[in-house]
Design a protein around this ligand. Structure first.
Ligand code: ADP
Length: 398
C-alpha cells in the first residue's frame, strides 16, 4: 500500500480540531495537529504543531463565524509542509436512525444528515457545513464520515428506547449517545487486554459514561442529544422532564414563538447549566478547582454534584454488566484531574473499585488501581483521530 496522507476534521460547537496522518501498511504516523477555538469571538485561538510538538502556528485571531474558522484551517493545510490529502475523515455525533455505520459521504448521505440536525442541533450544522466545504475546497478527494452513534448502535432496544408515544419512536427519537469514537478508540487501544465487563468514563467538557460488554456498547449515559446523561461543562445531564416544562413556562411569555422559546430553553439546559451553572464561575474544571481552593462554596457544590452523578451511573452500569472488570477514565478531566478520580472512586470500594493514591498521581496513560483491587482502574487518553484514519483507510480499500 502506498503512503496515504489523510486529513481528519473534528468540529465541536465552538471549535474545529484537525490532524494530518500518513497511513501506510499497518503504520499510522501523525504529522500535524491543530485547532481553531473560540468561534464567534474576536479573540479565538489558532494553533498547529508538528509531530515533535513544535508550534508552527500559535495565534489569537478574530474568529467571528465558522466560515472564518474553516478558512484559517484550509488556508494553512493547503500548502507546504502539509501533504495534499488523498482522503478526508470527518467526525459527526449522530446521523439519525438511517445512518448508523461509518461511510463514504455521498450527496444522499449529506441530505439525510441535514434532515436529522434536530437530533444534535449544536453539533450537526457545523459538521455538515465543513463536509460540504471540504468537498468544494479539495475537489476529487473522497470524504468519509465516522459517527459517534455507530459505536452505540449495539445498545439493546430496552436501553435505547425512551418511554414516549410510538409516533416519536418512529421519527427516530431514541438514545444515540455520543463520544462513540472515543469509546471505540479505548476498546482498540486495550486490544488483547480488553476485559469482558468494562465501564469507560469520558470526562471532558462534554462528559458521558458507557457500559461495554465484550467490546460492544450496551448502554451509554447521553441520550438523543449530548445534553442528557451525567453533568457536563455546560449541560444539565438527565433532569426530570418537569424541570424543562417549568423553565419553558417561566420563559414563554418573553418569546414571540414556540420555537424561539425552545431555542432559549436549549441555551439554558445546554450552554448555561452543568458545571458552569452550578459553580457560577466556569465550565472548566481547572478554574473550578482554583476557586474551590479559595473556598468558593458553589464550586464545591459543582464538583460534588458532578462526582455524585458519576458514582450513581457507575453503580447502575455495574448492575447492567453483572459486575465489573475494568474502569477507564478518559477525556480532559478524566486524564488530568486526579482529585475527581479520587472523589469518584472513594464511594465505590464496595464494588471492588480500589484506587491507589500514589499511582493516581499521574497525567496520561497509567494503571491506577491498588494492588489486588478486584477492578482494574486505568487512565487512557482517547485516540479518536487515529480511529477515524483507520476507518478511512479500511473504507478506501473496500
Ligand atoms: P472536549 O473534547 O469535550 O472539548 P476535553 O476532553 O479536551 O474536552 O476536555 C476539556 C476539559 O478538560 C476542560 O474543560 C477542563 O475542564 C478539563 N481539563 C483539562 N486539563 C485539565 C487539568 N489539568 N486539570 C483539570 N481539568 C482539566
Amino acid at each position: 500500500m502506498p503512503t496515504l496522507p489523510v486529513l481528519v476534521l473534528n468540529s465541536g460547537s465552538s471549535s474545529i480540531k484537525f490532524s494530518v496522518y500518513e497511513a501506510s501498511d499497518g503504520e499510522r504516523t501523525k504529522l500535524f495537529e491543530g485547532a481553531v477555538d473560540g468561534i464567534g469571538t474576536d479573540q479565538g485561538k489558532f494553533w498547529i504543531k508538528d509531530a515533535a510538538g513544535t508550534k508552527l502556528i500559535d495565534e489569537t485571531p478574530a474568529v467571528p463565524n465558522r466560515d472564518a474558522a474553516f478558512k484559517l484551517v484550509t488556508d494553512a493545510v493547503s500548502k507546504s509542509p502539509f501533504p495534499y490529502p488523498v482522503a478526508i475523515g470527518h467526525r459527526m455525533v449522530a446521523g439519525g436512525p438511517k445512518l448508523l455505520q461509518h461511510q463514504r459521504i455521498t450527496p444522499e448521505a449529506l441530505d439525510e444528515m441535514e434532515r436529522r440536525v434536530a437530533f444534535a442541533p449544536l453539533h450537526s450544522p457545523i459538521a455538515i457545513y465543513i463536509m460540504r466545504q471540504a468537498e468544494r475546497l479539495f475537489p476529487g478527494v473522497p470524504n468519509f464520515v465516522c459517527f459517534d452513534s455507530a459505536f452505540h448502535s449495539t445498545i439493546p432496544e430496552a436501553a435505547a428506547r425512551f418511554a414516549i408515544p410510538e409516533s416519536y419512536v418512529e421519527q427516530g427519537v431514541r438514545r444515540y449517545g455520543a463520544h462513540g469514537i472515543s469509546y471505540e478508540s479505548i476498546v482498540y487501544q486495550l486490544g488483547r487486554e480488553l476485559p469482558s465487563r468494562l465501564i469507560v468514563c469520558h470526562l471532558g467538557n462534554g462528559a458521558s459514561i458507557t457500559a461495554i460488554r465484550d467490546g460492544r456498547s450496551v448502554d451509554t449515559s447521553m441520550g438523543l442529544t449530548p445534553t442528557g446523561g451525567i453533568i457536563s461543562g455546560t449541560r444539565t445531564g438527565d433532569i426530570d422532564p418537569g424541570v424543562m416544562l417549568y423553565i419553558l413556562r417561566d420563559i414563554a411569555a418573553e418569546y414571540p414563538t414556540t420555537n424561539a422559546a425552545a431555542d432559549q430553553l436549549e441555551t439554558i439546559v445546554a450552554k448555561k447549566s452543568g458545571l458552569l451553572g452550578v459553580s457560577r464561575r466556569s465550565n472548566d474544571m481547572r478554574d473550578i478547582r482554583e476557586h474551590l481552593s479559595r473556598g468558593c462554596p458553589h464550586c464545591g457544590m459543582a464538583v460534588a454534584e458532578f462526582t455524585y452523578v458519576i458514582r450513581k451511573f457507575i453503580g447502575a452500569y455495574h448492575a447492567v454488566l453483572g459486575g465489573l472488570d475494568m474502569l477507564v477514565f478518559t477525556g480532559g478531566i478524566g486524564e488530568n484531574d486526579t482529585q475527581t478520580r479520587i472523589d469518584i472512586c472513594a464511594g465505590l470500594q464496595h464494588l471492588g473499585i480500589q484506587l491507589d493514591p500514589a499511582r493516581n498521581n499521574v497525567r496520561g496513560s497509567a494503571t491506577i488501581s491498588a494492588e489486588g483491587s478486584p477492578v482494574e482502574i486505568r487512565v487512557i487518553p482517547p485516540a479518536e483521530d487515529l480511529l477515524i484514519v483507520n476507518h478511512v483507510v479500511r473504507l478506501l480499500e473496500s
